[in-house]
Design a protein around this ligand. Sequence first.
Ligand SMILES: [Zn+2]
Length: 195
Amino acid sequence: MSALERGFKSWAERLSEGVRRDLSVSPSGALDPYKLAAHLAVELLKPQDILGIPQEVLDQLLEKDPWGWSAVTQIVGKRTIVIFNPRHSAGRRASNVMHEMAHLLLDHEPSKIMLLHDGSLVMRTFDQRQEDEANWLSGCLLLPRVALLRVVRERKNTQEIATEFGVSEVLVNYRVRITGVAAQAKSASRARRTG
Ligand SMILES: [Zn+2]
């Protein structure tokens, strides 16, 4: 994560605000990744929804290795399809789908997936910088600074924040820590008391 420039992080905050504006969501409100997908004309599918998917691939994705993958994006003609893992929790699913939206918003080339003879799938392309960017942007879209500042000031706990934004508590704790909003809210309220 350290490789990201400061400029990228503030750009991500601005993008998150712009996307919310497009979807008539307040800057500190919850952004539904499924609504963003619809807005970007992305089709969201579970593996079992894919017409003609071989049974051994379904078995691999849903039974043999249900925790080994999150979501993948495929461009088929003019369609952009995100296949997500339905076995993950709702909060994880939101992050997984938003991660793919982030790749699309960043104009990243989707990974090519290849099916091996034993039915397992491998990603042909993996670019650490692109993954870092998508992870950061995805977290920022789900929990931008301005939203975190609001909920911290409202003294909401991790669970309440996770519920309001439809994300995992792990992501809430990570974003609160990495953005430094807890300290920022504390010093702002101290300034208000003394000022
Ligand atoms: Zn990715």
